[in-house]
Design a protein around this ligand. Structure first.
Ligand SMILES: [Zn+2]
Ligand SMILES: [Zn+2]
Length: 509
């Protein structure tokens, strides 16, 4: 394999790689990646050890009473700065190496996996931080599970799945909430107090940079408002990128004077324009429409500065009061929705965000719609990823009829009902294709066994047992048939490569 590469003759290695077969590329690439991760893990430990050496040398010879606070901090900074200079990395990168190496001291299993080349530095950092956050969890606490896994082992179990790093973060957050809800509530308060902020700083060329750490439901609300405004005011023919549209939408929603979103397609037939120009039929429509239209000029309050005239700068006749804009609320945007388990076993989820602690879910009850997890999701228990630790559930019925002998209501209709869709989404949080992080609410529901349009009873039925969420791109990929899925009764999906027989498993949550 990679021994066919010279590692000394770049041109030769480029030529060798270009001449490899698909199988050779797969195998060599995988092995090279593992080797590079092994090297990176050792680089991180070497950097951290160098920082530690510099730190200790700097403090050597000092009496114990003189080593405190700012002296220690100074020595730590010296250590990081030396790593930065010697390795040619930023000081913050050097700092993150030191912090990671420190964390890994406490988690030997995670450190071994890192040194073994199993994971990237970013993924290992996510895992080590989660293990640290769950430090106080009593392993026996794990409800409804009789396995003897420590939290560190649970973290490794999650880490080993074919998930993206952000999905892993959310799964570990859910595991923590499930096992130690109070500590996550406390952490949320700490973040609000210490990190919660909205900063707007000058960029270049007439732009500002907006950066904010806000409660999850603020984020979900703002995002859905922006998305809804764009949906209503523009059509698919608008030539602009989505980014600039979001900027104008944010401006209009927060009432920036002059910020107003209209479609740039230039077509008389633009559906978004037609909707705006249509005369409202009755008073109720008129009211709904008013919310969408810019405030009429006469309704805009001019800026009324209480009038102490400044004698040094008398108002000139050319000064025109600038009208304030008006904050806009999109009435048709989806409302905040929280998924809860009345028995308190499953971790609450804020739709459009992910897992939240139960206390947060309770405080959101006044402003959000609360819905219950369906029975099918509750049956699976709080920590779905431990399926791997349980006896393997068999594949779902290959007919696509699941556990049903007669079609349940709606099973013979191609499109799932809203209730069924909600049930699938409550079971499966993300697109079920390996290594996709698309939240399930943005996905298509795919019939695992194809629906038969001419004889619906004979094909896969439109029921939980035959539906999985797949994002649009992966939905198309599935139909190409390179990787063939098998749905299991515990909602694991095994994706088998038709070429190599290799299997990748994905889990519902
Ligand atoms: Zn248009
Ligand atoms: Zn996907």
């Amino acid at each position: 394999m990679s021994s066919v590469l010279t590692f000394t003759d770049p041109d030769a290695d480029v030529a060798t790689i270009r001449s490899m077969s698909r199988e050779e590329l797969t195998e060599t690439g995988r092995e090279l990646l593992r080797e590079s991760r092994k090297h990176e893990a050792r680089t991180v430990l070497a950097g951290a050890a160098l920082a530690e050496r510099v730190y200790r040398e700097h403090l050597a010879g000092r009496s114990e009473t003189s080593v405190w606070g700012s002296v220690i901090e100074h020595a730590e900074k010296l250590g990081r700065a030396e790593v930065s200079l010697q390795f040619g990395v930023s000081r913050s990168k050097a700092g993150s190496w030191v912090a990671l190496a420190d964390l890994l001291e406490k988690f030997p299993l995670i450190r071994a996996a890192y040194l073994n080349g199993d994971y990237s530095t970013n993924r290992i950092s996510i895992m080590a931080r989660a293990a640290q956050r769950g430090g106080d969890i009593d392993p026996d606490y794990i409800e409804g599970d009789d396995s003897e896994m420590s939290f560190e082992e649970i973290v490794l179990d999650y880490g080993s799945r074919a998930t993206t790093d952000p999905v892993l973060s959310q799964q570990l957050d859910a595991a923590l909430i499930s096992m130690s809800p109070d500590s996550v509530t406390e952490e949320r308060d700490t973040i609000s107090e210490l990190v919660g902020d909205v900063t707007i700083t000058a960029e270049v060329a007439g732009h500002s940079n907006l950066d904010a750490v806000i409660p999850a439901h603020y984020g979900v609300f703002l995002k859905s408002q922006i998305d809804t405004l764009i949906d209503e005011r523009t059509c698919r023919k608008d030539p602009r990128r989505l980014g600039p549209l979001r900027v104008i939408a944010l401006g209009e929603i927060t009432g920036v004077p002059g910020a107003h979103l209209t479609c740039d397609c230039g077509l008389d037939t633009c559906p978004a324009r037609v909707a705006l120009l249509t005369e409202p039929a009755d008073a109720e429509d008129a009211q709904a429409c008013e919310a969408l239209l810019p405030a009429p000029a006469e309704a805009v309050e001019p800026v009324a500065e209480p009038g102490v005239p400044d004698p040094t700068n008398p108002a000139t006749p050319t000064e025109v009061p600038v009208p304030f804009g008006r904050a806009l609320v999109m009435p048709d945007a989806p409302v905040l929705t929280v998924l809860i388990d009345p028995d308190g076993v499953l971790v609450p989820r804020l739709q459009g965000y992910g897992p939240i602690d139960p206390t947060y879910a309770t405080t959101l009850a006044d402003v959000a719609k609360t819905i219950h997890y369906p029975e099918s999701a509750r049956a699976a228990g709080p920590l779905i990823p431990q399926i791997s630790d349980r006896p393997q559930a068999p594949p779902a019925d290959p007919t696509g009829h699941g556990s049903h002998t007669v079609p349940p209501p709606g099973a013979l209709t191609y499109a799932p009902s809203a209730t069924l869709r909600a049930e699938v989404l409550a079971n499966d949080a993300w697109c079920r294709y390996p290594l996709c992080g698309m939240p399930s609410y943005l996905c298509d529901l795919d019939h695992w066994r194809p629906f038969n349009h001419t004889d619906p009873e004979a094909g896969g039925w439109t029921a939980l047992d035959d539906l999985i969420p797949l994002c649009r791109a992966d939905h198309q990929r599935k139909h190409l048939g390179e990787w063939v899925p098998t749905l299991h009764t515990d909602r694991r999906v095994e994706w088998r490569s038709r070429r190599s027989g290799q299997v990748i498993v994905t889990y519902p949550r």
